[in-house]
Design a protein around this ligand. Structure first.
Ligand code: FE2
Length: 382
């Protein structure tokens, strides 16, 4: 089947020192969207601002984007942009800062839109770029929001996470400099790294996988499995940081085109209901979903062929081992201790996971009973 592929925006920079590329970007007014204090503490925010100032551009900072950015934060940022009128928006930070920047961009370009539902199907996604372009500078090696067309925005009133994808949101400029990622803690390195591995392995097993996405996803997954323990054990290992950032980016190129699978459907659900962080949920779920998907002949072959490439017999045991090395819990009970609370939400979780946009490209679509069984298996560690 013919499928279009878009791998990144018009400018994709990577490699140590590429942050200085900012000095060549033409912009008059730049809104820089950041999360907490980490980019300030590491000096990266000052460096980014400094490079823009060298070009003569004016900058303003939109800060305090929370993990799992909310729609309120998106609207707050869009309002600030409407006053400042930037012609370039920069998302600097992890997935939350980059996703928030993308979402603020939509409501800055289109102040007539008022709710997330206004941009969700069946409503048509609006055209962007009449006011500004978007640049993403990742500080984690995981979400690949810098080369993806998707965002996840939380609706805190309804306790929902809205996943939305449209090629219109592909950042025009991506700057992937490993120096920006060096300040990540070992825990964040492990969790975001496992998100990247999940992107690669779910893209590989996706029922829309193709020749090109397979090449990208395979190499990304090989590099992540080899390098993530090094980046986790020594955050100052520049080579490991560089490989992780590039592998995450390449995994992103694969999944943004062929989509993901039910690790992501279940992780979005657990994030919305129990506020389990995205990468951690992915990491815990991944080996269970691989085992579940092995009932599908094509998926089993994909996993077995990949396992051979990394010198392993079974992919799920290799992922379990990797999780152990990274001190990631082996089941959800370790994260959500109250079993009754978890069981009480099973029906709701099954319904949400079923409706998630990532479900339709999974090798097997679970029925309602299977969703619940799978959630319970991951909970109890069976
Ligand atoms: Fe993800």
């Amino acid at each position: 089947m013919m499928r279009p592929m878009k791998l990144a925006g018009s400018e994709l920079m990577f490699g140590e020192g590429c942050l200085a590329y900012i000095k060549t970007i033409k912009a008059e007014k730049v809104s820089i969207v950041v999360g907490g204090k980490s980019m300030e503490r590491s000096g990266m925010l000052a460096k980014v601002e400094g490079y823009f100032k060298e070009t003569g551009a004016k900058t303003m900072i939109i800060s305090k984007v929370e993990p799992d950015p909310s729609f309120e934060t998106v609207i707050r940022g869009a309002q600030e942009m409407l006053t400042f009128e930037p012609d370039l928006i920069v998302g600097l930070g992890g997935g939350s800062a980059m996703d928030a920047a993308k979402a603020m961009w939509i409501f800055y370009e289109h102040p007539e839109l008022k709710t997330m539902e206004d941009v969700l199907p069946p409503n048509e996604f609006p055209k962007l770029r009449t006011k500004a372009r978007l640049c993403c500078i990742p500080s984690t090696s995981g979400t690949a929001s810098e080369v993806s067309r998707s965002i996840v925005i939380s609706d805190n009133e309804k306790g929902l996470k809205h996943g939305l994808g449209n090629m219109e949101m592909m950042p025009d400029i991506a700057i992937c400099d490993p120096e920006v990622t060096v300040s990540m803690s070992p825990k964040i390195t492990a969790e975001t790294g496992m998100d990247a591995l999940t992107h690669a392995l779910e893209a590989l097993a996706s029922n829309r996988a193709n020749y090109l996405s397979d090449i990208l996803a395979t190499q990304a997954a090989i590099d992540i499995m080899k390098t993530l323990p090094k980046a986790y054990q020594n955050g100052n290992d520049r080579k490991a940081r560089e490989i992780m950032l590039e592998a995450s980016m390449v995994a992103g190129m694969a999944f943004t085109n062929v989509s993901l699978g039910i690790v992501h459907s279940m992780a979005h659900t657990l994030g919305g209901i129990f506020h389990v962080s995205h990468g951690l949920a992915d990491a815990v779920l991944l080996p269970y979903v691989i085992r579940y998907n092995e009932a599908d002949e094509r998926a089993k072959k994909v996993y077995d062929d990949f396992a051979k490439k990394v010198g392993e017999q079974h992919l799920y045991t290799a992922v379990e081992e990797l999780n152990k090395t990274l001190n990631i819990p082996s089941c959800l009970k370790e994260i959500i201790p109250e079993e009754a609370q978890f069981v009480a939400k099973l029906d709701e979780m099954a319904a949400l996971a079923k409706e998630d946009g990532c479900t339709k490209t999974n090798p097997i679509i679970p029925n309602e009973e299977e969703w619940k069984q799978l959630f319970m298996k991951v909970y109890k560690g069976e």
